[in-house]
Design a protein around this ligand. Structure first.
Ligand SMILES: Cc1ncc(COP(=O)(O)O)c(C=O)c1O
Length: 275
């Protein structure tokens, strides 16, 4: 799939296990990590667990401020692309430029939501991970729907993979999860269907909220971020049986993150928004 050697991939018990391993391997000697503010929570938690210092650069226009982030000296820098919780994506060229200019020793690009991208410029960083100091995280928890089975992987240089392999527990991903992952990876039609559903439906969700008067962040992921008074919007959605994530729990108060729904969920959303 990625045109890399076997010794450049490590499979983990969800990509979260690999995020733990990265922190343990590269941050535990009083290291420094850098991420966006807000970031994916596990990047923050594992940095703290490793006893390292966490530096944060606020988002600019809801996206990673790579220009400012590139100036910070750190051991590890996390870029979530597309980002969670905003759904914004930086382009492959921007990530490539960042990887060249960043003062971080290791750049980790978390591509958990890359399967939902339709911006042709927002390409994967995997070609950068074949050599050098870029590592790319992928998961089967999103587009493949296997969150409960726990399978993710990291693509990096053989040296980085060796380091992570040394400290991981000998038994990680179960046989059932491995079988599920292989089946999912070979089912290209299913992946395509999920991807198309997410791309089409997030646009519909975006338009429904816009028509109802809300400001919505254009998304490349399988959720959209709506700018709104949280309690008011959550109550409005709740009244119609819709559960959404308050932005304050994701580091973005004054927003609500809405996942791409099923057809039935979309009907509920239409009634909630009166559109
Ligand atoms: C950006 C990001 N990375 C990684 C993960 C974790 O994925 P996994 O289920 O593979 O541990 C998530 C899950 O929400 C995520 O949002």
């Amino acid at each position: 799939m990625h045109d890399v050697d076997e010794d450049q991939i490590l499979v983990g018990n969800g990509s979260d296990e690999l995020i733990y391993l990265l922190a343990w391997a590269y941050l535990s000697d009083g290291g420094r990590a850098l991420c966006a503010d807000p970031a994916y929570r596990m990047d923050e938690i594992t940095t703290h667990l490793a006893g390292a210092t966490l530096l944060k650069v606020p988002l600019r226009n809801w996206a990673h401020d790579l220009e400012r982030m590139s100036e910070v000296e750190t051991d590890l820098c996390y870029v979530v692309n597309p980002h969670n919780p905003t759904g914004t994506a930086r382009t492959g060229a921007e990530i490539s430029e960042f990887a060249k200019s960043a003062k971080a020793k290791l750049v980790v690009v978390d591509e958990a939501y890359i399967d939902f991208v339709d911006d042709p410029d927002a390409t994967t960083a995997i070609p950068l991970a074949r050599e050098g100091r870029v590592a790319v995280l992928r998961t089967l928890s999103k587009a493949y729907g296997l969150a409960g089975l726990r399978v993710g992987y990291i693509v990096a240089s053989a040296e980085i993979i060796k380091v992570l392999q040394k400290i991981r527990a000998p038994f990680s991903v179960g046989t059932l999860a491995q079988a599920g992952a292989l089946a999912a990876l070979s089912d290209v039609t299913h992946r395509q269907r999920i991807r198309e559903h997410a791309i089409q439906t997030r646009q519909i969700v975006h338009d429904l909220f816009s028509s109802a008067g809300y400001s919505v962040v254009p998304s490349q992921a399988n959720f959209v971020l709506v700018v709104a008074p949280e309690d008011e919007l959550l109550e409005r959605l709740n009244d119609h049986g819709i559960s959404a994530r308050p932005g304050s729990t994701l580091g973005l108060p004054g927003t609500v993150r809405v996942s791409v729904p099923s057809e039935d969920g979309l009907a509920l959303l239409r009634s909630a928004l009166g559109t």
